[in-house]
Structure formats: C-alpha cells, structure tokens
Design a protein around this ligand. Structure first.
Ligand code: PMP
Length: 426
C-alpha cells in the first residue's frame, strides 16, 4: 500500500506558502529536498511522526539522529517539564552543568573536563580553537567525506568527489590551514603528519559517509603518531557519541582521542553540543585564558534533557544498545535480501544502530567508493519508502531508536520490499 499523491499535496501547498516568508521554506537546506514532498510534522510520539494531515510515519530520520530514545521518552519529557517549572534561566550558572559534566566524565573514556555549546558545529569550532590554543599551531588534518558541521573553517571536502568549499559563499581563507586526506589511508597519513599540525580531526566511524568502520589498524596508527608528535587527536562523535555505545565510538573501537566532540544523541532532541577531554588538553578553557562564549551555552533545558537521556542510557546500557543494533541488523539482512531479489545494485552497510542503503553500486568498502553511488536512485528509493509511511534520511541513512517496536520493524520490512520493487519498475 502506498500513500496516494494527494497525501503529499499538503506538503507541497505548505511549501509554496513557506517559501514566501522563510528562505527555501525550511531552516536547514537538506530538509527542503525530501521527495515526493517534505512532510510537515504536527506531532511525534515513540518512533512515529504524524503529519498535519494525520498520516503516521515510522520515523528513521529521528531528527537527523539525536532521538536515540525516540520522540517522547518519559524520562526526558518529565525532566524538561520539571525544568520549565523553574523558569527560563538562560546564561546563568546552575548545578545542571556540573551534573552533566560528571555524567560525561563517567561515561566517555576521553572525558575529564567538558565544555558546553548549543550544536555540533559550534562544538567542532570550539575543539579546533582549543587544539590550536594548547599547541600554539594552526594547521589541521581532516579527511575526505567526513562532515564536521557547516562553519567555514572546516566545511570542505564533505563529499569524496569535491575537495573544495562545501558551498558558495564560504571564505576560503578560513580553511586555508586544513590539509585533506583520504579517510583510512594509512600511507597518506604517514606521509602528511608532522609536529607542525595542531590537530587531526576525524569521524572514528564514518556514519555520514555511509556507515563504515575504518580499515583495521588505521585509528591505532593515527593515535600513536599524533601522541608521538604532540598533535591533538579529535574524534568527532557528534553522531556516534551515546549512539554507538554509552562510551561512543571510542569505546567501541578501543582508541581514546585527546578530545571528543559530542552533540545530537546526548541531548535527546534538545539543542546541545560539547567537547570533552583531559584537563591538560582543556587547559586553555579551564584556565579562562581562551574565550569560550555563548548566550545559550549550558542552558538549563538542554542540560536537563541531556542529564535525563544519558542517565537513562547508562541505566539501560546492558540491553538498550543490543536491542537497537539487533533491529538494525534485521533491517540490514532484509534489505540485502530484497536488493538481491530485485536485481538492483545496492550496498547496505551498518554501524550499530545506523544503517545506510546506497543504490547504484554493490561495493562500498571505503569512503572513496561512495563516489560510485547513484544519489538520484537512492533518493527515489527513500521517496518510495516515504510513500509507504516510512521516513528515513533522503540520502538512504536509517537510524534506529530504542522506541522502535517489533511491529514497526515488520511494517518497515514490507515497505523496504515494496520500495525495491517500485525502484525496479522505474
Ligand atoms: N559533526 C558530525 C559528525 C555531524 O554529523 C554533524 C551534523 N550532522 C555535525 C558535526 C554538526 O552538528 P550540528 O548539525 O548539530 O551543527
């Protein structure tokens, strides 16, 4: 059963209205690209979203990842309600900051001190500034296909086919001190690395590029060399932090960076970002010598949601991650079967509770292989899923939450089979 086109008419009509007062009609460009039309969400509960016309969708976009406990976890909503009853206290000192700092120090291997901001992009910015302040050097190494937010100094080579700025309008000089290398290429890294660098920043598990683990030994090598040369190793765990495991990707892969950037899942849907590292690396902020500013940094609502979310994840670690991963594995196996039955070339890769379906190629082993995918066909597949009441990211990324039920998984499996059939008949 697919949703008839009129079901998306509301989205189209709404968009015609929105573009008259909101540039591109949305608040973040990719949201405007959902096909057949962006669905306009009225309400969300558990793992479902309900649009303005009453259509219910099983949601695997999960707000681009943060909603690891689903859309309406009691623990987070109750903490937020209690916090709101205490009034809005933006830009004040409050005990939630220390409570959250303690929780992060208890759960994230690299964390001793934390520092809070309101988004992942800001946190990356803070991490780079901290690394430059602590080393007194400017150059940074980043990897092709890793995404670290939209700010000018690092928004480049976000696509393996484009080494340049991520968008028009960027100031090229802001990223002049960034060297771009292939993620997972140990030889290229060994050739480039030296003590001239302030930092190496990377996604330890490349969820943005296609849910890939790095080649064996790569992270260990980067860790060893950066330590030897006094270069700060930054893991961008904005997606993987509190999603892949309680201790993030660093716990999963057994490599501890100097600094971690976290966001998304830690806030369970509230705007938040943070960096965390040893007292030595965090010294520029801890001493007050380096400015770390922001009206909304550490706001009580985001802190309360994050405390509730991380506490819940910690309490349920023994089962929660295994259950999410098992559901993702079930969808992965099913998608592989459907792709093979339909004869469509597809690559299905998974890291824990994040699953990537790419169409147009069967072999994605490294990030550079993602240059071979058919983006348009992949977007057609996700649009066919949407017509079957299943929302993923348009680019084929599927996030699981602890709120997805076995019923949701079964319904999704039917939708996946139907979407492959539909794409085949295009
Ligand atoms: N780093 C990574 C790895 C991300 O995936 C993202 C967002 N997708 C960011 C940084 C930027 O986070 P935000 O959108 O909260 O600014």
């Amino acid at each position: 059963m697919t949703l008839p086109d009129p079901a998306f008419d509301y989205g189209k009509t709404y968009r015609e209205r929105a573009v008259k007062s909101v540039a591109f009609g949305v608040s973040s460009t990719p949201r405007g690209r959902q096909k057949p039309a962006p669905i306009v969400i009225h309400k969300a509960e558990g793992a479902h979203v309900i649009d303005e016309t009453g259509n219910r969708f099983i949601d695997y976009a999960l707000g681009y990842g943060p909603l690891v406990l689903g859309h309406s976890p009691d623990c987070v909503l109750n903490a937020l309600r209690a916090q709101l009853d205490l009034g809005m206290r933006t830009a004040s000192v409050h005990k939630g900051e220390a409570e959250l700092g303690e929780l992060i120090a208890d759960t994230l291997p690299c964390a001793e001190l934390s520092s809070f901001v309101s988004s992942g992009s800001e946190a990356v910015h803070l991490a780079l500034r901290t690394a430059r302040a602590v080393t007194g050097k400017k150059p940074i190494i980043k990897f092709r296909g890793n995404y670290h937010g939209w700010l000018d100094n690092i928004h480049l080579a976000t696509d393996v086919q484009n080494d340049g700025a991520g968008t028009i309008g960027q100031d090229d000089s802001a990223s002049r001190s960034v060297t771009v290398l292939d993620w997972g290429d140990s030889d290229a890294f060994l050739n480039a690395i030296s003590s001239d660098y302030a930092a190496v920043i990377l996604e330890p598990v490349a969820v943005n590029g296609g849910c890939l683990y790095p080649p064996e030994g790569f992270l260990e090598l980067v860790r060893e060399k950066t330590k030897e040369l006094g270069v700060i190793l930054i893991f961008d765990e904005v997606i993987t932090g509190y999603r892949l495991a309680l201790g993030g990707a660093q716990q999963k892969v057994g490599v501890t960076p100097d600094l971690a950037v976290i966001g998304k899942a830690m806030g369970s849907g509230m705007p938040i970002g943070a960096i965390a590292g040893s007292a030595a690396v965090m010294e520029p902020i801890a001493s007050g010598k380096m400015l770390h500013r922001g009206t909304f940094n550490g706001n009580p609502q985001s802190m309360a949601a994050s405390i509730a979310c991380i506490s819940h994840l910690r309490e349920h670690t023994a089962t929660l991650y295994d259950e999410m991963d098992a559901n993702a594995l079930e969808l992965e196996k099913h998608a592989i079967k459907c792709a093979s039955q339909s004869g469509i070339e597809a690559s299905i890769t998974r890291t824990g509770s994040a699953l990537q379906v790419f169409l147009g190629t069967t072999k994605i082993q490294t990030l550079s292989d993602t240059g071979k995918i058919d983006k348009e066909l992949t977007a057609k597949f996700t649009s066919e899923l949407l017509k079957r009441n299943v929302q993923s990211l348009s680019r084929g990324l599927i996030y699981l939450s602890s709120a997805h039920t076995q019923d949701d998984i079964e319904t999704t499996k039917n939708a996946i089979a139907g979407a492959f059939d539909a794409v085949k008949s295009i």
